[in-house]
Design a protein around this ligand. Sequence first.
Ligand SMILES: [Cu+2]
Length: 562
Amino acid sequence: MKLFPVFHTLFSSAVFGSIAAAQYASGQWSLVQEGHSGVSALELAVVSETTAMILDKVEHNPLQTEGHIAWAAELNLVTRTVRPLNPTSNTWCGTGSFLSNGTMVSSGGHRVVITGNAEVICRNGLAAIRLFTPCEDGDCDIFENDDVRRMGGLRWYPSSVRLDDGSAMIWGIIDMPNITDPTFEFYPPKNIHGQNGTPVFSQFLNDSLNANHFPILTLLPDGNLFVAANTMAMIFDWKTNQEIMRLPDIPNGVHISSPLSAGATLLPLTPENNYTPEIMICGGSTYSDDLANWVIGVPSSQQPTSDQCIRMVLNEEGIANGWEVEHMPEPRIMPELILLPDGRVTIVNGAKTGIAGYGVAGDEIGESDCDNPALTPVLYNPHAPAGERFTQDGLPTSEIPRMYHSTATLTPNASILLAGSNPNTDVETRRYHTEYRLEWLSPPYMEHTRPTYTGLPVTFDYNSTVTLDVDIDRDAQNVSVVIMDFGFATHGVHMDQRSVELVSELSNDGTQLTVTGPPSPTIYPPGPTYVFVLVDGVPSFGHKILIGTGAQPPLDEGALNK
Ligand SMILES: [Cu+2]
């Protein structure tokens, strides 16, 4: 911690760079329903300061494009209106990560299963690579050309993670009768591990079958990956293809990946905690993943889910200490864990009973395999004493179930967007129907006068400094700068969500804030970020920049052309 220089004698004890000690903004939470997504928000990612991308599966959505139904849209976060986007393959249950140059790579999907006019123009998305370079002028669209860009593997329910070299690594997993493909690959492709641009077998994915869809992936500050799926977790060195360590299993037999989905996030990395990673995973289910339990008609939408939240500090001492087990106020499957700029975690969406999916439960509701939607968010304060970290006090209850195929994300103005839900094959009007209504969940800090700043460059390189002109309350006690990756949300999994506090120092007159870029690409991988200046728990608007130089990730032409 650095003490505030002489700014005002009364406030000379103001503290910088200290989320841990921050006072959280007081006031009321609010929940507003406004806008429609046009397509159901199965996948969701903020792509610019004013826009988000929404990907659905091909179904009979109200939004139309070029004479057929749309299954992708760009949402304007300000006007809360949508325009259609035009992928050419089915985005049904794929993943997405941004690259170092700011381009998003969406990967995986499946064939079209509905009947109707979409079929003739939509390809199977199992090997799809879709590239999207965000814009704010309504003029960008998804680039997709199967002839020049496609994956080496077939991937349905994959996850992805942006690496410290600015490329994306895509893990898993098609899991259909007689086909499993427990592999990973890279985009752009690499000539690595004896595989020139083609998939690399993963022993971990093989070991963690069956319920290992959408594995949890996190880049750690030492450059390794944390990987968790089903009841297992490991530390993995992607550069050498070595499993560094198999971590203790998820406690108490809880499965944590789809279709027994938990939510997960890396807790904020800060100078105070020396950028020590700590992972948190909440919810899931103890329902057995034995294949006999997944026969149509066998599972129940009333199957209990888990209220377990677990944390582990991912260093030698933390791993030796094992998982810290806590309990949410309610059990949940498919929760979304959304990091707030103030370092707390908001747990939203999901269901209290059942499993993720549709069309399998013997007592399905409509087609939903889950029931009892979790309608009230939970706020988690990782810095509070054990036993006092969860609260639902003052958090607004929604009337909209957000269960299978729902999503949520933080937005640049620091509110949370809740979207989607459709546990059905096609657009459905019965309970639980296809959901297009959007909700905006605002933490109490949204009520306060927000700090503002100017002077952000387009790119911000490691260990470089920028000086921002800031307009903050002269009574400020606590000023810090946080960069956030809002990630890519689908199925309760949040690819690449990350919060890193930067070292910063306020000028004596309180008008300029000198900020030092992140220490290394393993602490924040090169690529898009949103920069928040926090003053006494109240964040500014998060302006978007690229961390690093904005260069594209390494390109191996040989691997690319395989
Ligand atoms: Cu899905």
